[in-house]
Design a protein around this ligand. Sequence first.
Ligand code: DX5
Ligand code: ZN
Length: 221
Amino acid sequence: MSTYRIAPSILSADFARLGEEVRNVVTAGADIIHFDVMDNHYVPNLTIGPLVCEAIRPHVQVPIDVHLMVKPVDRIIPDFAKAGANIISFHPEASEHIDRTLQLIRDQGCKAGLVFNPATPLDYLDHVMDKLDLILIMSVNPGFGGQSFIPQALKKIAAVRQMIDASGHEIMLEVDGGVKVDNIAEVAKAGADTFVAGSAIFGKPDYKAVIDAMRQQLASV
Ligand code: DX5
Ligand code: ZN
């Protein structure tokens, strides 16, 4: 029986009331806070940095999962570790030295993750499985919340599940983009255990109702 984790993305939260928003979503049952960092360079949008991570850190006890959509990545990693991040993931295209960046994240005391865009091949995993704590499969192109789930991601999730199981390492398999109550079971069946959801949760008035409905779907898998 898998342990499923729900990771609301604060990208769709009300940034004017962020402390209250993260407290509310954790009270509603969130396991992880997903924190989307965009730089208007690697992706065509600009969001939040280490100062905001530091500001929300005292408001929640759950892990903060920093998804870096920035290029380059290495310089900013220690800043996020100091700001209280627990997991830091990055896109392989954004680092010149993937192995070194993964090591840097662990050296800073955080869990390390690699993120795959819809068209990014999984070959990047071949030589680093022992250095990973998380693999994040994008089911939309990164940059914006509220996009539709790209169904081809399901095959990729299944392929990564096989790779993780064959590796014998304990690696979380997270999916990000267009995850909703009505498709979360399908995503779990493909092999994911950690589900990012932004607009599906923060877009709704009752966070607990959505998270409960997601868990109900997951219980049927
Ligand atoms: C997209 C971000 C996602 C985004 C997901 O680049 O990485 O985390 O917030 O939003 P939804 O759940 O609305 O697709
Ligand atoms: Zn994300």
